[in-house]
Design a protein around this ligand. Structure first.
Ligand SMILES: NC(=O)c1ccc[n+]([C@@H]2O[C@H](COP(=O)([O-])OP(=O)(O)OC[C@H]3O[C@@H](n4cnc5c(N)ncnc54)[C@H](OP(=O)(O)O)[C@@H]3O)[C@@H](O)[C@H]2O)c1
Length: 284
């Protein structure tokens, strides 16, 4: 699997990783979901994203099962809920996540979204403590605007924000106006969540489908491979599609390792335009 440098961490991470929202919710599906995640690991999709919020810890437990005996292969990411993100609450939430994931450390720990629950300085101090105590290698945020990123970074003494995980798919390119360029300048990795619009892919608009189908016919790739390749076309941008079926995971692995031509990129740009910079940040 092709990799990009992950912000300024010095670590390389696969362009296509795996999301896990809604996984672990149905006991009857768990074996298949573990198999899907392990299929992804076999294909090099080792960036696994979960959160304490997902299924109230059920997703983390499922990820723990999927990575058992393979922890060293994985770039493991989970998130603290804003309502738990006081200084002590963040540390306790991380310890609970580690127990559910059955590991002693994370690769990346994120604040799930910005909120007024606790001062951002408290959360950032707790995240720095978690790095210093070996509970996570890197820290970051999710759903942050440029101003929120600046404010969070200013609270940090020894660490840097490694990543901003944001909603980014062909039908929602709002981050390209300000957030993406800012992150690229600041050396912050951008991780595209819901790259298939939470199942809303392919898009309904006829001209958009036709653009994807034409490029698919010319390149021999599927529309989903094209979408993932478009999102991760620039260094430092990653995608984490969620797929509970191994055949879906295999298709998604094909979203990296090849390049869209300039002509194809221009056609996609035209069919899926970036909204004006004044558009507020989309969130799932
Ligand atoms: N930080 C945040 O606030 C935030 C918010 C939302 C999501 N996320 C993260 O991002 C991950 C991905 O986003 P998402 O779960 O919202 O949605 P998504 O990845 O955009 O879409 C998931 C849907 O697409 C389907 N799918 C995936 N690959 C497919 C393929 N090759 N062919 C056909 N269908 C395919 C899945 O079906 P099957 O499952 O049946 O395979 C599922 O129904 C989440 O799981 C989560 O880890 C983060």
């Amino acid at each position: 699997m092709e990799t990009w440098g992950f912000g300024r961490t010095g670590v390389r991470v696969p362009l296509i990783g795996q999301g896990t929202w809604n996984m672990g919710d149905e006991p009857a599906s768990e074996t298949d979901e573990v198999l899907a995640l392990q299929t992804g690991l076999d294909l090099g999709m080792t960036h696994l994203d979960t959160a304490e919020m997902y299924g109230d810890g059920r997703s983390e437990r499922l990820v723990g099962r999927a990575i058992a005996g393979r922890r060293d292969e994985v770039f493991l990411v989970t998130k603290v809920l804003p309502s738990n993100a006081s200084y002590v609450g963040t540390i306790q939430a991380c310890e609970s996540s580690l127990r559910r994931l059955n590991t002693d450390h994370l690769d990346l720990y994120l604040l799930h979204w910005a909120s007024g629950h606790y001062p951002i300085s408290e959360t950032m101090s707790a995240l720095e403590f978690l790095v210093a105590s070996g509970k996570t290698r890197f820290i970051g945020v999710s759903n942050f605007t440029v101003n929120e990123l600046r404010a969070a970074q200013q609270c940090l003494v020894n660490e840097r924000i490694a990543c901003n995980q944001v909603l980014y798919h062909l039908g929602s390119r709002g981050i390209e106006a300000e957030i993406l360029p800012y992150c690229q300048r600041a050396g912050i990795a951008v991780v595209a969540y819901s790259p298939f619009a939470q199942g809303g892919f392919p898009p309904r608009a006829r001209h958009q489908r036709e653009t994807l189908d034409t490029i698919a016919a010319a390149t021999g790739k599927t529309p989903r491979e094209i979408a993932l390749r478009f999102l991760t076309r620039e260094e430092g941008v990653f995608a984490i599609p969620k797929a509970a079926r191994p055949e879906h995971v295999r298709e998604n692995a094909g979203g990296a390792g090849w390049a869209l031509s300039e002509v194809d990129l221009a056609e996609l740009e035209a069919a899926f335009p970036v909204p004006p910079p004044t558009t507020p940040l989309d969130m799932a």
